[in-house]
Design a protein around this ligand. Sequence first.
Ligand code: ADP
Ligand code: MG
Length: 361
Amino acid sequence: MKVTRLELENFRNIGHAVCEPAELTVICGDNGQGKTNLLEAVWLLTGARSFRGAKDAELVRRGCEFAAIEAAAEAGGEERSIRLTVGLPGTARPGRTARLDGADQGRAARLAGVFTAVVFAPGHLSLVKGSPEGRRRFVDAALCQLYPGYLAEYRRYLRVMEQKNALLKHYARTPGADGMLEVYNDQLAEAGQAITARRQTYLETLAPLAAANYEAISRGAERLTLEYRPSFGPEGLRAALEAARAEERRCGFCTVGPHREDVYISLDGQPARSDASQGQQRSAVLAMKLAEAACAQQITGHHPAMLLDDVLSELDEGRQKYLLTRMEGRQVFVTCCDPAAFGRTNGKIVQMRGGRLEERG
Ligand SMILES: Nc1ncnc2c1ncn2[C@@H]1O[C@H](COP(=O)(O)OP(=O)(O)O)[C@@H](O)[C@H]1O
Ligand SMILES: [Mg+2]
């Protein structure tokens, strides 16, 4: 799916902007001008929450009550239109809501699967060495876009987990605590098992794609393996929660479930988290990001848009070249400070200055 027209209103520092993105759109500008804001707006068309972890209210231009992102897109010869609004709490339409082809969808999360995007930013370069949370977020961000129900399921899981943690903290003083724990564990097992299964299935699709990319980037130097590591075995989450009962009482929080799981990354069988060199890490992340794009294409039948935020300058020439040659057929948005890097590009170059978008030759 390609965005053919984009119009923003009161989004972050952008008062009003209209853009007709090309196959490749390069957004140039100094720091703090609104380049990432523009990518973030494109990303929000996926229905997911901001990739910067921003709260909805932060997306609305300071002093305004709501922001609007309107896009015309083309998919398989079909014209689609998406309108997303973000309202401040207490206004007529608070939060992120969406219209698709003119029809009200309610919550923006309902857009999942219509328009997909993959964002690649310098922060992702720590995916391999960073905490399990970052790797879970990587998987969850992809799943939220691909499956409309995933986010709701995950939220339900977190809500019950919070209640259970509160119970574990005051267990001895809570009347009927044993019965409550049973109920929470039933609910956690049901939601948690489904979340883990989704992630596991996703990794089964992602892993071979990432391995093939890694082989091409590293010219067969090592073999990349990705594996989802659940926190429970074939006995299931309900049984694992039962077995963890004493431990959880002692710790005062939930110790098994999807919130404690990880994607295990290895190179030639060695854990990449502790052993990979900086070059190997970058190749692994690049391989994973491109595999994320290929997965979205396999699952939805459409190429996702690629949002490359200041990432090219972080990669050496060989990896930059690999990344850009793999973009064919996909719509790409790239931000950079130095337009000279794209001097000979056939892409469209726009300039962002203080939230104002200007076309360049
Ligand atoms: N809700 C908002 N209202 C007005 N300005 C905002 C809002 N959120 C962020 N900004 C401004 O946007 C700018 C940062 O934009 P960003 O896209 O991150 O810059 P860059 O061009 O470096 O990627 C900052 O000047 C910040 O103050
Ligand atoms: Mg930026």
